[in-house]
Ligand binder design. Sequence first.
Ligand code: HEC
Length: 278
Amino acid sequence: MNSRIIRRSRKLSHIAFIIMLAVEFSLVGLFPSPPRMTEASVNVDVTEVEQSAYLLVMLLDSGRIVVDRNQTLINDRRLGDKGFTPEVFENQVIEELRVRTGVDMRSFGEAIVPSLARRFLPILMQVSKETVASAQLVINQRGIGYKNFIPASFARLAASRFSSKSQIILKQVALHPRNPKNTPDVYEEKMLSRWINQSGRVQPHSEYIEAAETGKIFRMMVPLYYEKACLECHGTPAGMLDISGYPREGSREGDLAGAISVLIPVSRLAEAPDRMLK
Ligand code: HEC
């Protein structure tokens, strides 16, 4: 299978998930709501949280895809100014997100977009642009091919900028990460371990968790799979150094690469929506 087909099937499963959320939303309208678990959850629309989390994942992943698509340009050692500015990046990401989810960040006014997403998607876009902006010197360096500005490093930097600005935690994780900053927490590790033992592709996973220390939180994990182009670094033979200087993992096309993970502190959101920004 070529990578375009894989991307397409991934897109389809994501669309299926959005539809699933939409169906769930309409059912919530038809049936009496389930008993509320905590006082704090009273003001929080469950579907709004799920859809917003999913859109944040899609936006971060759209950034990864745009960096991937421009990789040859970014790595061109003969060219100085690449013209891959934060604005060029933004336009391509907005288009990618629109194609994948139907949400157009240019015209939120007309679309049905949860208010949580309306508030946080622009923040994620802003920090993603800042990530591209702060890499300009490296990107535009003539005479250097590989610059370590790749989808994974972009996603790690943008997600950590986002998490430092908001109380929503966004991460890119893997079971045996090259970069220790992509180390999963206990919950993420459990989910990734379960996924890695499953044959075929898995659906995104999400659930609400209630604990005394954290209150009610919402977690979502969306799997990332290796495509053919990834194998140049993550493929075989295992152990042989790739262009980035890391030993190859020995992965194959279609293997689970990791996940994008979101944590939304729902109780805190209900208590003080304005405090969601740090
Ligand atoms: C040019 C080599 C290269 C290619 C091609 C590449 N990666 Fe990576 N990948 C890396 C490096 C280097 C890191 C560590 C980046 C960092 O510092 O965060 C990484 C990290 C990751 C991570 C985060 C976990 C970790 O190991 O730290 C994931 C997930 C990942 N890559 C998936 C992919 C996928 C999926 C593709 C294809 C779409 C891909 N990679 C293509 C080099 C590559």
